[in-house]
Design a protein around this ligand. Structure first.
Ligand code: GDP
Ligand code: MG
Length: 278
């Protein structure tokens, strides 16, 4: 998608876990100029607004809070549909920095979508109060996306976030995708081969992971014939057999393992038991 046209509004979408500060940040972005409606066909509220930053119109969409990009809940479906179909230029992944580990689980899935993602490390005031330190530069380099520290409640970091969104919309940079273990990657390669002719390159990683997880919605949209379905099933079953677990858990565990490493390398927690004397 080419969004270097300076006259075109940028559409940014706030995505994150419940209570990470999406709506607060949304309000800080847009003031009170928002439009509330329901998402088509469902009773989940859709909130949109607009702001102008340095002459560039930024159209902002708030999404319902989600923990994962599966399709088990209506909130997840609505958010997925918004990201996939509604012309979103930049995903602003709002993250509660005071519970980074839990929040990054969704982040990893968003990175697979190969759309520009910005991490808004929100609630930084809480992190600072606790005495923890997050190496945001390192986090940004490990995840391959810009990271902006914010404290939405205090209106801190919103300008920088707008600046970063404006830049991201005009850049062709794509997030880096984390590689799973060889056994899983081997299966991903085979699944990618199965869908090569019916997908665009940027979508393949996301679809391959979802098909491996036996995601019903994604499976349904491909309308595979029985032979392809059988092939897919045998690829998945072989990994399940080898790793002695079900496919969805295999992916979940792999993600958490990676997140543990990321957090270990980027977060310095204040030592418990140490008292601050003043
Ligand atoms: P949402 O569910 O992601 O839309 O989260 P909300 O915007 O409703 O925020 C959840 C709660 O966190 C509210 O009580 C906010 O006032 C609070 N909150 C949001 N951002 C911050 C922040 O940066 N720092 C602190 N301390 N609280 C925040
Ligand atoms: Mg909200």
């Amino acid at each position: 998608m080419d969004n270097r046209d300076e006259n075109k509004p940028i559409t940014v979408c706030f995505v994150g876990n419940p209570n990470c500060g999406k709506t607060t940040l949304f309000n800080a972005f847009t003031g009170s100029k928002l439009k509330v409606a329901n998402w088509p066909g469902v009773t989940v509220e859709r909130v949109e607004g607009e702001t102008v930053y340095k002459g560039r119109r930024i159209h902002v969409v708030d999404t319902p809070g989600i923990y994962s990009l599966t399709s088990y809940t209506i909130e997840e479906l609505v958010t997925r549909r918004c990201i996939e179909e509604d012309g979103v230029d930049v995903i602003i992944n709002v993250v509660d920095a005071s519970s980074l580990e839990r929040n990054l689980y969704l982040t990893l899935q968003l990175l697979e979508l190969k759309k520009p993602v910005i991490l808004a490390l929100n609630m930084m005031d809480i992190v600072e109060k606790r005495g923890d330190v997050i190496d945001t530069r390192k986090l940004s380099s490990v995840l391959g996306v810009p990271v902006v520290e914010t404290s939405a409640l205090k209106g801190k970091g919103t300008k920088e976030l707008m600046e970063t969104a404006k830049k991201a919309a005009g850049s062709a940079a794509k997030p880096a995708v984390h590689a799973f273990s060889d056994v899983i990657e081997n299966a991903m390669g085979q699944i990618t081969e199965l869908i090569k002719d019916v997908t665009e390159e940027d979508q393949r990683r996301w679809f391959a992971v979802k098909l491996f997880e036996r995601d019903e919605k994604v499976l349904a949209r491909f309308r595979f014939g029985q032979d392809v379905r059988d092939k897919l099933e045998s690829i998945i079953a072989a990994v399940e057999e080898e790793l002695d677990d079900d496919a969805e858990s295999i992916i979940t565990d792999a993600r958490y393992q990676y997140i543990t490493e990321v957090v270990k390398s980027c977060v310095k927690k204040k030592k418990v038991g140490m008292t601050v004397s003043d």
